[in-house]
Write a protein that binds this ligand. Structure first.
Ligand code: AMP
Ligand code: ZN
Length: 483
């Protein structure tokens, strides 16, 4: 039996708004689908919170001993500028603005997204499913449900949400609430009806268009996730994830399609999970926020990407998380403490492999498992890891092994990160580290000789260069460059 099977894994199901124990569709396996990015622009760090959460879920499923199949899609067609059906395709719009081909735009931003995925130590899913690869399958799927569930308008093929049972349960909305909830396209039967095929208007040519029984055009955004999740995971599968905004429109629409295609009332996934937003004082972080908060911007200011990962793990995924530079720097300090603890342990360990059998460690592992099984309570796991680092009188090898196990879930790279990588040092800072260290030595010498005037003048000189001195810092951090 798996060591970590002590507690049943309970997850909050947005569909029932309750905690539910995971009972996999296929024993021993976990099949998970995560709504991926729309690759018309760089992802912001709020978007990346959604993938840190999905990664924590995947790692927890592995910790619990499930064979994981994880799918994340890449939306390179179909997502409109607003969630109603009369906006423009986000990729078409960006391609026109930049005078580039959609394919180049999609490639560029997909690669940027994958770069962030790697930097955040998010594990590779079994499949990155690319929407445009599935357009023929989407047409077949739409053909299968068109007769019973759809109707045609001049602008496309629309799904009639009144043809399936309990539309909108996930959003706690009904067909009647649709008014005002989604702008209506002229001729829609219900306000919440949505396009599953968007026809290219007569006389126009889109960069991305396919022939279909409803004329040349492109699929609606919601269609891709139903088609790809069913194709790669089978229906029903275990868990579907996304940001909380998807709970309102995108996922209810996926559910309606799943119900239509499977001719059942089943939503298609047993558990629907949603991460809450990363916000700042002005509200939800978005691509149009005052400062476009990309992970690369953080890295440029000298923040380690795993400090952002830790900041996410410090909050429960269902809580809003406020972004502030101070919080991020505090997370980096916490990460550095952990890394130093791991370095000390590794120095003490004699390299022999041991079984983690010490009662104090077994108890910690059990508590760690319990916290994870309580709807992925990572914020409770972190102090347990810190407790482990502080435990004296337990063989270092055993502690190191448990630390490494815990880190397979948290993904903070504690076994390989070095504290020197965690100094806040903006990439463009024109300062030579060796020079700072020399100045610090000179200042130390001046202080020990009670030459406070020289010590102060060195401090002032460094402050003028943006170097903040941190006297008496127990982490031996000693200085950092202001950001
Ligand atoms: P998009 O690329 O816009 O389709 O979004 C990708 C993912 O990021 C989706 O799961 C969104 O729900 C999620 N998301 C968008 N904004 C935020 C935010 N500020 N905080 C957390 N998740 C977000
Ligand atoms: Zn989706």
């Amino acid at each position: 039996m798996n060591d970590n099977a002590a507690h049943p894994l309970k997850l909050f199901n947005s569909l029932s708004r309750q905690m539910e124990e995971l009972v996999p569709v296929h024993p021993g396996e976990a099949r998970v689908y995560t709504c991926g990015p729309t690759v018309y622009n760089y992802p912001h760090i709020g978007n990346m919170r959604a993938y840190v959460f999905a990664d924590l879920l995947g790692r927890t499923l592995s910790w619990k001993g499930y064979r994981l199949t994880h799918v994340i899609n890449i939306t390179d067609v179909g997502h409109l500028t607003d969630d109603a059906d009369d906006g423009e395709d986000k990729l078409e719009k960006m391609a026109a603005e930049k005078a580039q081909s959609i394919w180049d735009i999609a490639k560029h931003y997909t690669e940027a997204y994958w770069q962030d995925i790697k930097a955040l130590n998010i594990r590779q899913p079994a499949h990155w499913s690319i929407a445009t690869d599935y357009v023929p399958a989407m047409i077949e799927y739409a053909k299968g449900i068109a007769k019973k569930h759809c109707y045609e308008l001049e602008s496309g093929l629309y799904f009639d949400v009144s043809t399936v049972g309990n539309y909108g349960t996930l959003a706690r909305a009904s067909t009647d609430d649709g008014e005002g909830r989604i702008d209506t396209v002229e001729g829609k039967r219900n306000a919440a009806d949505f396009a599953i095929w968007r026809k290219t208007p007569l006389g126009e040519k889109r960069q991305m268009e396919w022939d279909s029984p409803w004329g040349k055009g492109a699929p609606g955004w919601h269609l891709e996730c139903s088609v790809m999740s069913e194709a790669l995971l089978g229906l029903p599968f275990d868990i579907h994830t996304g940001g909380i905004d998807h709970r309102e429109i995108h996922h209810p629409n996926e559910i309606a399609q799943n119900q239509a295609h499977s001719c059942s009332d089943h939503s298609g996934a047993k558990i629907w999970m949603h991460n809450n937003f990363l916000i700042d004082r002005a509200g939800k972080i978005s691509k149009s926020s005052r400062e476009f908060l990309r992970l690369q911007l953080l890295i440029g200011k000298g923040i380690h990407p795993l400090a952002y990962r830790l900041m996410c793990l410090q909050a429960h995924y269902r809580s809003e998380l406020e972004f502030a530079w101070e919080n991020l720097i505090a997370a980096q300090t916490r990460l550095k403490r952990m890394v130093m603890g791991a370095e000390r342990l590794a120095e003490k360990a004699d390299g022999k492999t041991e079984i983690v059998g010490h009662p104090a460690l077994l108890q910690l592992r059990e508590k760690f498992d319990a916290a994870l099984c309580e709807d992925l309570n990572s914020s409770k796991c972190l102090p347990l890891l810190e407790e482990l680092l502080a435990l004296k009188k337990v063989p270092a090898e055993q502690r190191l092994m448990l630390l490494s196990d815990m880190d397979t879930v948290l993904g903070l790279e504690l076994m390989s990160l070095r504290r020197s990588e965690l100094r806040v040092r903006p990439i463009d800072a024109k300062i030579d580290e060796a020079d700072i260290e020399t100045k610090l030595d000179q200042r130390q010498k001046a202080k020990s000789e009670k030459d406070f005037a020289t010590a102060d003048s060195i401090r002032n000189e460094l402050t003028a260069k943006g170097v903040e001195l941190m006297d008496g810092d127990p982490l031996r951090w000693e200085w950092r460059i202001e950001i």
